[in-house]
Design a binder for this molecule. Structure first.
Ligand code: ADP
Length: 329
């Protein structure tokens, strides 16, 4: 499909070049022949009917034909050169134009496949377990209850995943309402949302260098992105540890550092953690944390739509720092 789209676009570009080239060739031909004819007409004054005049006219005719065929062949050669270079250039431009579309298409395809796989796994597990339980003629109440609670666990995973998928779709499509907002209020909002999660693990959340800096951002989505980072920091940190939020302000940029003392992320994984469905320890992290590897991709999408950047710095067994940078209003 991509190949044929590239060829079609190349054809379209080439048609435009052909039309322009033919138009100019025709104009050049007309002008040069007109000029030549005008030059020929300017000649000595000889009386009509004289044999010299006939001779001159015949010579002129021969010269005219010679010049005409020379102009035509030169135009033909330049057209062939223009078309060859134009063809190559059109192909290159068509490739460059369509490459991002193809990449987006491939990413969309990968995403749909990954999402379907993630949705199918808990559904298949629930289906098999329920069928096995139902086939047991001596099913006890305890067994039935255990089955139901296992189903509930799978359902909560599904509900978490669908919620995150919706978030992702929203972060791509909704119109953000960008406004001047106080960075302190955004941090406070996010901290309030994750406070219950932190207290469950007795983790202390601290905001350092609180500031009244004003940024231009969509408040709701920015809070959501910071909540994702704080949830991760809490999720991956040991109990009774600290998660610090440090603000850094310059004339142009507000930076928010979210620092934890969790297991850290190896260098080889750091470049990929913002990819959709990317998990560092595929099965173990999912078992332990119930993550699906899309939180950070949502956070990145949101931050970039708010004209900011996000990066990670981490050391194994020492902790992780996620840094968001946003332009000051
Ligand atoms: P998940 O929902 O699985 O947490 P994310 O996209 O939020 O997905 O994170 C991707 C991966 O990055 C996680 O599976 C985890 O391995 C790693 N990760 C994210 N945040 C941290 C952190 N603060 N400390 C250690 N690892 C982290």
């Amino acid at each position: 499909m991509f190949r044929s789209a590239v060829l079609k676009l190349t054809g379209l570009y080439l048609t435009i070049i052909v039309i322009i080239s033919l138009f100019f060739s025709l104009a050049v031909y007309q002008v040069s022949m007109q000029e030549f004819r005008r030059g020929l007409r300017r000649g000595p004054n000889i009386s009509r009917g004289s044999p010299i005049l006939r001779q001159i006219q015949e010579d002129r005719q021969i010269q005219y034909e010679l010049v005409r065929s020379s102009v035509v062949s030169r135009l033909l050669i330049s057209n062939i050169i223009i078309l060859s270079i134009g063809g190559l250039l059109s192909y290159y431009l068509a490739l460059r134009t369509l490459k991002p579309i193809e990449e987006a298409h491939a990413a969309q395809h990968r995403f749909t496949a990954d999402a379907s796989h993630e949705l199918r796994t808990p559904i298949a597990a629930m289906q098999t377990e329920t069928e096995v339980t139902l086939m047991n003629p001596k099913l006890t109440l305890t067994e039935a209850k255990s089955q139901l609670s296992s189903n509930l666990e799978e359902l909560s995973k599904l509900s978490y995943l669908t919620e995150r998928l919706l978030s992702l779709a929203r972060s791509e499509n909704i119109e953000l309402s960008v406004d001047s907002v106080n960075i302190d209020l955004i941090i406070k909002d996010a901290v309030n949302q994750v406070a219950p999660l932190a207290s469950k693990k007795s983790i202390q959340l601290r905001t350092l260098n609180a500031s009244k800096a004003i940024i231009n951002a969509d408040r709701v989505s920015l809070v959501e992105a910071i909540v994702i980072l704080l949830e991760n920091a809490i999720k991956y940190s040991p109990e009774k540890s600290q998660v610090n939020i440090k603000l850094g302000i310059t004339k142009k940029i507000v930076s928010i550092h979210i620092m934890d003392s969790g297991p850290g992320i190896a260098k080889s994984h750091q470049a990929h953690v913002f990819d959709r469905f990317y998990r560092v320890e595929q099965s173990r992290s999912k078992e332990k944390t119930g993550g699906f590897g899309i939180g950070l991709s949502i956070a990145k999408e949101i931050i970039e739509r708010n004209y900011g950047t996000i990066r990670v710095k981490s050391q194994l067994n020492a902790g992780t720092t996620f840094t968001i940078e946003l332009p000051v209003a």
